[in-house]
Design a protein around this ligand. Structure first.
Ligand code: ADP
Length: 400
């Protein structure tokens, strides 16, 4: 039986082939106990499937014939109808993960037409991801005008980077025009920074590297839970090897491909976002770490080894910026779940004074380092939607 009196907040995280969402009790002013459950809406060959797992563990599912456009009309129409019929309450607000917030220093903002114009203007900086984030905001503004909407930016956590971390070595005028490092995965880093004191007070007040290792992957070097360096840069391409992105790459390769192979900007974009990384290095076996780990092909093992090497190399760079290291935290799908990959990375960090146990324990909040290790190591599950909800609920209640 649906309780229509309870006000609900919908948190949306729109990706290229799925929408992840969470529902929160909007009467809660952001204390953090208000999550009613998490769901996803995935496009398959000819159907769209919704799965929702309520906070009490109960699972619901639904399916519709596939409609065109992932984060647009059909999909969101289905989601909104499902919420209307099945959610325990009445939607009053929606909050969105937005990949690029430009120079914005605050994580959350209420959506209005001025903000939307600013976020649209950032599309050329994140041409594949930003439109996916903005489409649901546009749709809900058009079709559900009464909803309060909020945007939370993946860049904002890195507003504390200093000029030495922001600049690429381009002419000053270009840096001032915005051709600089922004950094991403900020909502995940903000979550980890928020819970770190519960796990490791020394690290929370000291120097910590957080490794967000999923399909997209990056590192954040924090001092006192504030971002001091990060591996992603102007775009989400830089830094670590990822599922389908190369990470750090000599720009001379791009010049060569343009000049000698006649590759267009579109062809390069397709190569760099979709055909490199674990997928490319493995010779097309998989972009997914689990599938690579299951493969016996040498190229799969080489792809995993290159991933590990890229993480170890960049941990060295991040530790240098911090002037030492007190803790390393793993999060994201690979960081939370793959003990072999974590152990290989931890082995590569022995020179920093990190001694770890090899126990394949993957329960969350596990300490991976041995007692007496100079550097502690942890696996902590991230929750970006909780950060989005906290900001949105605070803004909602502020304006009430
Ligand atoms: P996204 O960046 O899309 O949010 P996730 O954080 O969900 O990605 O991470 C997806 C990655 O995590 C995939 O490479 C997947 O194979 C990997 N992964 C998830 N579970 C496991 C596991 N048990 N062992 C190894 N890798 C895993």
């Amino acid at each position: 039986m649906t309780d229509h009196s309870r006000p609900l907040l919908l948190v949306l995280n729109a990706g290229s082939s799925s929408i992840k969402f969470s529902l929160y009790d909007a009467a809660d002013s952001g204390a953090g106990n208000s999550c009613l459950g998490h769901g996803s809406l995935e496009a398959h060959a000819d159907t769209e499937r919704l799965i929702f797992r309520a906070a009490d563990g109960a699972q619901q599912s639904a399916a519709w014939p596939r409609t065109e456009g992932t984060a647009d009309t059909g999909t969101l129409l289905n989601l909104m109808e499902w919420i209307d019929h099945h959610a325990q309450g009445r939607l009053c607000a929606a909050a969105h993960r937005v990949v690029h917030g430009g120079d914005r220093t605050l994580t959350g903002a209420r959506v209005n037409s001025t903000l939307m114009r600013e976020l649209q203007a950032l599309v050329p900086m994140a041409p594949l991801h930003q439109p996916l984030c903005l489409a649901p905001i546009d749709y809900l503004a058009r079709e559900h005008g009464g909803l309060a909407q909020f945007a939370c930016f993946d860049t904002a956590f890195h507003h504390s980077l200093d000029p030495l971390e922001i600049s690429f070595g381009l002419p000053r005028a270009m840096t001032e025009q915005g051709l600089r490092r922004y950094g991403f995965h900020g909502l995940s880093y903000e979550y980890i920074a928020g819970v770190l004191p519960q796990y490791d007070p020394r690290a929370a007040n000291g120097r910590t590297i957080v490794a967000h290792l999923g399909n997209g992957a990056s590192l954040c070097a924090m001092h006192n839970r504030v971002s001091r360096a990060t591996t992603m840069g102007f775009s989400t391409l830089d830094g670590l090897l990822m599922g389908t992105r190369p990470g750090r790459l000599d720009p001379g390769v791009l010049l060569y491909l343009m000049r000698e192979r006649g590759m267009s900007a579109e062809a390069l974009e397709d190569l760099l976002y979709h055909r490199c990384g674990l997928l490319g290095v493995s010779g097309g076996i998989a972009s997914d770490m689990r599938e690579l780990a299951d493969s016996t092909a040498p190229a799969a093992a080489q792809a995993i080894a290159l991933f590990v090497r890229s993480v170890v190399r960049e941990i060295g760079a991040m530790a240098a910026v911090l002037g030492g290291l007190d803790a390393l935290v793993f999060t994201g799908g690979i960081g939370e779940n793959s003990a072999p990959v974590r152990n290989a990375i931890l082995d590569g960090c022995a020179w920093l004074g990190l001694q770890h146990s090899s126990a394949p324990d993957t329960s969350q909040g596990t300490c991976l380092s041995l007692p007496g290790s100079k550097v502690s190591a942890w696996t902590i599950a991230t929750d970006e939607n909780a950060v989005i909800a906290r900001h949105a609920l605070a803004l909602l209640h502020d304006s009430a």
